[in-house]
Design a protein around this ligand. Sequence first.
Ligand SMILES: [Zn+2]
Length: 75
Amino acid sequence: MLEYKLSDRKKYFVKVDKWYPSSQICHCCGYRNPLLKDLRIREWDCPNCNHHHKRDVNAAINIRNEGLRILKESA
Ligand SMILES: [Zn+2]
């Protein structure tokens, strides 16, 4: 249903692997922080680039980036 609605509006539907660790990866530098497996951590600072992250915002950006990467690969 979602796929159909999006193609109707000339938008793309890309599935991102459900094991893609979107909330563990710093969207600025790509550093992966395994401590983020703990769902109680809502905000964190990247130990590599010091960027302050809100968990869900960072995850959303990573999912968008991963979707764009997959799209590019399949083009
Ligand atoms: Zn970082």
